[in-house]
Write a protein that binds this ligand. Structure first.
Ligand SMILES: [Zn+2]
Length: 158
């Protein structure tokens, strides 16, 4: 369980977890541990990356929220557009993270880094062609997830 919690739950694993109807118990334990770790009490519906969660607000809204409490937007909107974005689009900026010669050609590929505007934690990194739009690559179907897989009511405020 710990490897799941401590930073190694890759995003694709989460997607896999959601699409393979396998292990609701494991998910619930995971969810509870995450809930205990954060300082706020909006019920976590779904982890949404290493530092992001989709949480239930008392007004019924479901929003993307950071570890630190920063609230991005409704989960159907694109949180990336509300993040601080740093784009490595020159050789100089690439070379800060890649050894020379190993770095991609910025004409063909740039690195976009997304940061929380409040706590500055890095939320996501993507390597994309420069013209690639900022898209949401994962829009979970929370209702189906709980109904079909978890088979229990969504967490609510205690
Ligand atoms: Zn934050």
């Amino acid at each position: 369980m710990n490897e799941l919690i401590d930073g190694t739950l890759e995003f694709y694993q989460l997607k896999e977890m959601m699409s393979s109807h396998k292990d609701p118990e494991r998910f619930e334990i995971y969810r509870e541990v995450l809930q205990e770790r954060v300082s706020w009490d909006d019920p976590i519906l779904l982890p949404y990356g290493l530092h992001l969660y989709i949480v239930q607000k008392s007004d019924g809204d479901r929003i993307v929220k950071c570890d630190c409490g920063h609230e991005f937007c409704n989960y159907k909107e694109n949180w990336k557009l509300h993040a601080r974005i740093f784009v490595r689009d020159t050789e100089e900026k690439m070379n800060e993270i890649y050894p020379k010669l190993m770095s991609p050609d910025p004409e063909w590929q740039v690195i976009r880094e997304y940061y929380c505007p409040n706590c500055a934690v890095q939320l996501e990194v993507e390597a994309v062609p420069p013209w690639y739009p900022i898209i949401l690559d994962f829009e979970p179907d929370i209702d189906t997830f709980y109904k079909e897989w978890i088979k229990r009511p969504m967490p609510t405020k205690a």
